[in-house]
Design a binder for this molecule. Structure first.
Ligand SMILES: [Zn+2]
Length: 397
């Protein structure tokens, strides 16, 4: 599976929140009632939309669960009325002309359904391989994916034209908004896969938080032999990005607080469970907890022991010596109050607990896993002090 087929939970609320309810869901529900199992897989986007090379995120969606759980709003399809009185939209009229035309033709799965892929997929997603050896239904898209070599070879001319028309009109960005799947029968190892897809609908122009554009829905029919075994509906928003608000001049927020300093570091949330830690920091002690019942050290601070459940503990001051267990060097994106590059490390203390902090005193590119570090306290501003770790420089040559 290509990386971008991983289950996506990224929400595209920007695209969805401004759109109205999908009037097509009723029709879908009716077809689902005819003996087919149906679920929204964690499917990100089809190869066609992902291949656009821009932002994409899948929104597992669908009103298929009989009402349990929230039903995200879904974009309108062409069958729903525009939300606002619209001026005649010549582009929309052109786009509608593509409805019913092919989006992909004569696609062939690269491999027949096979036990190896089923096993890997189940392991990756934490599922159990079905006892009858069938492929989990939500694998449906797996069998049609183009692989890392790139897709689009099976893309039909009309779909390319449609996307090109939108590009030419300035709707150059694309985001996959949702995917619905319908499962008609299970797939078993040995089943060969073929598919084609049709441009099912194009919405009237919609304005979303991401920008203004058109939702394009394609439906892919997946077959083995002549029998349709399942369908995907993929919906993308092809849009012209909204102009972002211009960044505030200067550091208005900090200025409003009375200071002339730049943005301040985020404040820790101090509560009853961790107040003792921050009291320690104020005394320049790095305190972890040790369970009174079983002796297990723990950090960050928690009310009870994860090892034995005991609520009895005492604070222990670390000697402040440790090693870099893992680290990242932050270059991008920039955050207010942080000057990149800087090293964020998970430091393993000698006492057997780990803490996330910064490594200071050495160039970021010299930070290494296993590097010895020593505790220091960094005065960030007048009210915030933080434990940080000074890296041991290599012996001077
Ligand atoms: Zn314990």
């Amino acid at each position: 599976m290509r990386a971008d087929s991983a289950p996506c939970t990224a929400s595209v609320s920007g695209a969805d929140s401004a759109s109205d309810t999908d009037s097509a869901s009723g029709a879908d529900g009716a077809s689902a009632a005819e003996g087919s199992a149906r679920a929204e897989g964690g499917i990100c986007a089809d190869s066609a939309s992902c291949d656009e090379g821009t932002l994409h995120a899948g929104l597992p969606h669908g009103d298929t669960s009989g009402g349990s759980g929230p039903t995200p709003p879904t974009p309108s399809t062409a069958s729903s009325a525009p939300t606002a009185p619209t001026a005649p939209d010549a582009l929309y009229e052109r786009l509608r002309g593509y409805e019913g035309r092919p989006a992909a033709a004569e696609g062939r799965g690269r491999d027949p359904v096979n036990a190896t892929m089923i096993r890997h997929w189940c392991e990756a997603l934490g599922h159990t391989v079905p006892p009858d050896g069938s492929a989990p239904a939500t694998m449906l898209q797996v069998w049609t994916m183009a692989g890392l070599g790139g897709g689009g070879a099976d893309r039909a001319g009309p779909y390319t034209e449609l996307l090109g028309t939108l590009d030419a009109a300035g709707y150059t960005s694309v985001v996959a908004t949702d995917c619905e799947q319908e499962y008609l029968r299970p797939l078993f190892p040995g089943d060969g896969i073929s598919y084609d897809a049709v441009i099912e609908s194009v919405s009237p122009r919609k304005t979303t938080k991401l920008g203004t554009g058109y939702f394009v829905t394609t439906r892919m029919d997946v077959r083995t032999g002549d029998a349709v075994v399942g369908t995907h509906r993929f919906r993308i928003l092809k849009y012209r990005p909204a102009r972002r608000g211009s960044p505030p001049a200067g550091r208005g927020a900090a200025g409003a607080e009375g200071g002339t300093e730049r943005s301040r570091r985020p404040r820790p949330v101090v509560n009853r469970d961790n107040a003792g830690f921050w009291e320690g920091v104020a005394r320049h002690e790095l305190l972890f907890q040790r369970c009174e019942a079983c002796g297990t050290p723990r950090f960050p601070w928690l009310p009870g022991c994860n090892a034995c459940g005991s609520m009895a503990w005492r604070p222990v001051a670390s000697a402040g010596r440790g090693t870099v267990y893992s680290y990242v060097v932050m270059h991008h994106p920039p955050f207010p109050a942080f000057d990149p590059p800087y090293a964020v490390a998970l430091v393993a203390l000698e006492e057997g607990v780990r803490i996330v902090s910064n490594v200071i005193g050495v160039p970021c590119d010299e930070v290494r896993i296993g590097m010895p570090v020593e505790l220091e306290f960094l005065r960030v501003d007048e009210e915030l002090e933080l434990p940080v770790f000074r890296g041991a420089r290599r012996a001077a040559a």
